[in-house]
Design a protein around this ligand. Structure first.
Ligand code: GTP
Ligand code: MG
Length: 370
């Protein structure tokens, strides 16, 4: 029961069978797409291709975002998830604050965002938009890259008086790589030195063509400080969201992605989860990364306890066995036994990965795994 053909595995990974055969060849194993491989080899291939490890046998722990597909008729509109990206100090957090009508910046150490915050904003029309703030510091490149994967739309913040900077350009390539549409917020337009036209020309050099220049990327001149044109920016986001026809099934066990996780002195391990589909409820049993738990409380972005959280909603989840990692998949499962089983399995896979140094061929790989 612990075996699978190369082709079947390729299908599950959404990779080409031939590419897996090549990878096996590099590992010193002659195989065709019809060759049956064992569990360990399958896991190595999965890791090799940068996918998350999932058990591929019958007693399978296949859960989470790659779980069963939904019927079209079960899908309901969901709010867009918008990630704010841009160079350090170009005003990402200020813009979010302005949109949210609160003030996070003044509470931050040195005014630099140290974590990914997640907030929801209710627009005058009643529409809801979920925003993710990403750190501007270079050391957080990886997290920012990750942000692009849970996001539907990227808002690139560029300070009009500073223009495109290395991290703006990096954000552009992350966004393109993720295939996510972009909206440009040209910020600090209140400053006398702001040159929005120059920003548009710089964008053009990086193949981001704004509407004024015949392209399809919306750009809005804003000032987070003076709170000007925020409504225009929200309109641009909602227009883009409408084109994407974002939907999810809220009526299934909740699934999502960890945006951040920490060990809180008073509350224990806390994970901020962005729900991707289904609904998470207080009392639900879940697995997240190699941890599991029973939802003791759900806290929304304003610090209010809620009973449940549906698609596109960011919530803090309390009641974890330990602290998961940002990017980990969260999924509600049917019972505690199952939760423990999956968490233990994942922990063992992690442990194995840590103790295994990239071996040269299949023989050494197997001995390293035993
Ligand atoms: P990191 O998180 O460190 O990457 O920075 P950030 O992009 O979140 O920038 P932040 O919002 O912290 O703003 C940086 C500085 O620019 C602060 O001093 C803000 O007051 C200032 N600032 C932000 N938006 C505006 C604006 O529209 N106009 C002016 N004049 N200043 C602004
Ligand atoms: Mg910030």
């Amino acid at each position: 029961p612990e075996a699978i053909t190369v082709q079947e595995l390729a299908n599950r990974m959404a990779e080409k069978g031939a590419d897996l055969v090549k990878a096996l060849f590099k590992m010193g194993s002659m195989a065709t797409i019809n060759t049956t491989i064992d569990q360990d080899t399958a896991e190595l291939l999965v890791t090799e291709f940068g996918h998350n490890i999932k058990r591929v046998s019958d007693s399978d722990v296949e859960i989470g975002l790659e779980g069963e597909a939904d019927n079209d008729t079960d899908l309901m509109p969901r709010p867009p998830v918008v990630t704010i990206m841009g160079h350090v100090d170009h005003g990402k957090t200020s813009l979010l604050d302005a949109l949210r009508g609160t003030d996070v910046v003044s509470g931050e150490a040195g005014g630099i965002t140290q974590h990914i915050g997640a907030y929801q904003v209710k627009v005058a029309t009643g529409d809801i938009v979920t925003f993710l703030d990403t750190p501007g510091h270079e050391a957080f490149t990886e997290m920012r890259g990750r942000g692009a994967n849970v996001t539907d739309i990227v808002v690139l913040v560029v300070a009009g008086d500073d223009g495109l900077k290395p991290q703006s350009i990096e954000a552009i390539s992350h966004t393109k790589a993720a295939g996510v549409p972009m909206i440009v917020a040209i910020n600090k337009s209140d400053k006398p030195g702001s040159k929005p036209q120059k920003v548009r020309e710089e964008l053009l050099q990086h193949e981001v063509v704004v509407e004024d220049m015949g392209g399809d990327v919306q750009d809005v001149e804003v000032s987070a400080l003076k709170k000007t044109n925020l409504d225009k920016l929200l309109d641009a986001i909602l227009l883009q969201a409408e084109l994407l026809e974002l939907k999810a099934n809220p009526n299934r066990p909740g699934e999502g992605t960890v945006i951040e996780a920490k060990l809180d002195k008073g509350r224990g391990p806390v994970a901020t989860v962005l729900v991707s589909r289904g609904t998470v409820r207080v009392g639900d049993i879940f697995v997240v990364g190699a941890e599991w738990g029973k939802v003791r409380a759900l806290v929304d972005d304003r610090g209010v306890q809620v009973k449940e959280a549906g698609p596109s909603k960011p919530v803090e989840v309390l009641g974890l066995s330990g602290t998961p990692m940002a990017g980990d998949v969260f999924a509600v499962v049917e019972n505690e036994a199952r939760a423990r089983e999956i968490a233990a399995y994942r922990a063992s896979v992690l442990q194995r990965k840590r103790t295994t140094q990239a071996p040269a061929n299949l023989e050494t790989m197997f001995s390293a795994l035993k």
